[in-house]
Design a protein around this ligand. Structure first.
Ligand code: ADP
Ligand code: MG
Length: 140
């Protein structure tokens, strides 16, 4: 397990590098933490580090799954925000298993309803609010 304290959003790139090094070749990552903990903000930083154009990364408020292109690659990164998912069945109907087992990065906010579908080696990230701009980030 790794634990990093970031004192401001400016320290997120360091945490993102540490997470990617920790994850190695594991590409499915489940992010938990209350609303405002910084899941989306951290995922945006991770996506940029993985080569996604800054302009492309937005909060997937209205889509359950956003696909981002990786510069210089034919691969995609999937950013899922499952806050509005209603059931495991709905996830299966949108073909979520194809994303989870397709070999591309899947960065998932609110993974609780699809827990049973997640690969065994899913990287778990927990964000905790310490103060206005400080967060504790745990990887396991
Ligand atoms: P979530 O997706 O967990 O609901 P968001 O990333 O949408 O959270 O929102 C986090 C908010 O907290 C943003 O407004 C962001 O600017 C702010 N924030 C302040 N400090 C940090 C930090 N160190 N890491 C992440 N977000 C931070
Ligand atoms: Mg979010």
């Amino acid at each position: 397990m790794n634990e990093i304290t970031v004192n401001s959003p400016g320290e997120l790139p360091h945490a993102a590098s540490a997470l990617l090094a920790y994850a190695g070749n594991r590409k499915v990552m489940a992010f938990s933490g209350e609303i405002g903990a910084g899941k989306t903000t951290f995922i945006q930083v991770i996506c940029r580090q993985l080569g996604v154009d800054e302009a492309e990364v937005v909060s997937p408020t209205f889509a359950l799954i956003n696909a981002y292109d990786v510069a210089g690659s034919s691969r995609q990164i999937y950013h899922m925000d499952l806050y509005r998912l209603e059931s495991l069945d709905e996830a299966l109907q949108i073909g979520i298993e194809d994303y989870l087992y397709g070999g591309d990065y899947c960065l998932i906010e609110w993974p609780e309803l699809i827990e049973a579908l997640l690969p065994d080696d899913t990287v778990r990230i927990k964000l905790e609010i310490l103060g206005d701009s400080s967060r504790k980030i745990l990887f396991l």
